[in-house]
Write a protein that binds this ligand. Structure first.
Ligand code: 5GP
Ligand code: ZN
Length: 111
């Protein structure tokens, strides 16, 4: 989707520090980290947010969820991590390309 910053990162048009990639998803460091480790996991295909998913995305979503702990472990977060997905204005979503924040390292504040 033209103009979407995460589509441009997925296409290699905008630089990001990529930590994991396969045919369906990309994981890269957040450029304004809110924790010692802050990684974003995105589908390469543009999906605005969780509300835009359809039943056809079930395999993709399973793949993303199964990949998140692998990305976290590779980043050294063996003791655990937090996963956040902001959806819509009510969820304070800023980038409308679905993404999963992986936050960890040090001691995260309690929810
Ligand atoms: P959300 O949409 O869930 O509120 O958060 C979007 C996240 O994307 C923010 O944590 C922000 O720092 C990050 N972000 C926005 N634009 C870029 C970018 O161009 N590169 C990278 N690496 N992160 C970005
Ligand atoms: Zn996009």
């Amino acid at each position: 989707m033209s103009g979407c910053i995460f589509c441009r990162i997925a296409a290699g048009e905008v630089n990001a520090t990529v930590v994991y990639e396969d045919d369906q998803l990309l994981a890269f460091k957040d450029h304004a980290p809110k924790a010692p480790v802050h990684i974003l996991v995105i589908p390469k295909r543009h999906i605005a947010n969780l509300y835009e998913l359809t039943d056809d995305d079930a395999d993709l979503m399973a793949h993303i969820m199964l990949s998140i702990p692998k990305v976290a472990a590779q980043a050294g977060l063996q003791s655990g991590f937090r996963t956040i997905t902001n959806t819509g204005s009510g969820g304070r979503q800023e980038v409308y390309h679905m993404h999963f924040h992986i936050l960890g390292g040090g001691k995260l504040p309690a929810m």
